[in-house]
Design a protein around this ligand. Structure first.
Ligand code: UDP
Ligand code: MN
Length: 316
């Protein structure tokens, strides 16, 4: 039967045995290339959870009214760290104004805005029980350094203040805007967001750090998801552990004169590989304005805005 099938395909394609094997391998690779990594089902809808039973939060997976009622009774504070150094202060107005329309409305929120230019922080009217503290930090002339130093500064802030001042903490990229509700459904002991550009990519093609010399190294056979560095969250003590570990790994890399492919995002992905998030946010919670909406995304809640890299970053 097998031989007949072989002869049939051979007659059909006019290829030799080697040609058919080659064709088979090509199809196999194409299949691997396009196989989504534990994110979508065969119908193209988001799976309800990761293979370790962590929910993937998306439209339809929660009842906003009910979940708000549950958390109202808990009297929680959500700390939110935002970094706006150099020209990135220009993003703060839209970030904060859109947050005030959508981000934990009706819950206690405390923004901690890190900046080297406190005079550039816009005055935005905050909703009830929403607070903002400006923290001055030294400027840097490398964007990579600004981005990765967030881990160290988060570690310090949690140690000095947040352990007493908040229950949960989120670290969010400032070059972003809220377009829809982001509420208590996003809370969990350790929370990561699935990166909008890689949720349909096979893990071998994730932009993980692939050089074994880096502490962020992940081999081609490992990995669950590619998480975005623009959103990190969880219970204060868990995010502290994450920030501290990533900072230590970044320090070891720096001592060895190696910088991971995507700085702290690479170290975050390494951390999440061994400390799996208890909750995952679907790309509804981390989209990109440059990316057209796809059918599986029912609502865009938070998105990276368009930016002219050459104009706003201190270095290429
Ligand atoms: N950032 C900043 N000033 C800079 C570069 C980066 O404040 O000059 C902060 C800012 O909070 C930004 C984050 O670091 O959202 C991550 O950098 P960026 O958004 O440029 O990285 P991308 O999202 O493009 O990978
Ligand atoms: Mn960004």
């Amino acid at each position: 039967m097998k031989v007949n099938l072989y002869l049939f395909f051979r007659a059909l394609t006019g290829l030799s045995l080697i040609g058919l094997v080659y064709l088979g391998l090509t199809f196999h690779w194409i299949k691997l290339l396009y196989r989504p990594p534990n994110v979508l089902d065969s119908q193209g809808n988001f799976l309800p959870m990761a293979p370790w039973s962590a929910p993937i939060v998306r439209e339809g997976s929660f009842d906003p009214k009910l979940i708000d009622e549950i958390y109202k009774k808990k009297n929680i504070t959500i700390a939110t760290t935002v970094f706006a150094l150099g020209k990135y202060t220009q993003f703060l107005k839209d970030f904060l104004e859109s947050a005030e329309q959508n981000y934990f409305v009706g819950f206690r929120v405390h923004y901690y805005v890190f900046t080297d230019l406190p005079e550039k922080i816009p005055a935005v009217k905050l909703g009830e029980d929403h607070h903002l503290t400006v923290l001055k930090v030294a400027s840097s002339n490398r964007w990579q350094e600004i981005s990765l130093r967030r881990m160290e500064r988060m570690e310090e802030l949690i140690e000095s203040r947040l352990l007493n001042e908040a229950d949960y903490v989120f670290s969010l990229d400032v070059d972003s805007k809220f377009y829809g509700r982001w509420g208590v459904e996003s809370l969990g002991s350790l929370v990561g967001a699935i990166h909008p550009w890689y949720y349909k990519t096979h893990k071998e093609w994730f932009p993980y750090e692939r050089r074994p010399e880096s502490q962020a190294y992940i081999s081609y056979s490992e990995g669950d998801y590619y998480y975005g560095g623009a959103v990190i969250g969880g219970l204060v003590k868990n995010v502290y552990q994450l920030a501290k570990t990533c900072r230590e790994q970044l320090d070891i890399d720096a001592a060895n004169s190696i910088e991971a492919a995507w700085q702290e995002e690479s170290h975050l992905n390494k951390y999440f590989l061994y400390n799996k998030p208890s909750k995952l946010l679907s790309p509804e919670y981390l989209w990109d304005d440059r990316k057209p909406k796809t059918p599986e995304i029912k609502i865009i809640r938070f998105s990276q805005v368009y930016k002219n890299y050459h104009e706003i970053r201190p270095n290429p």
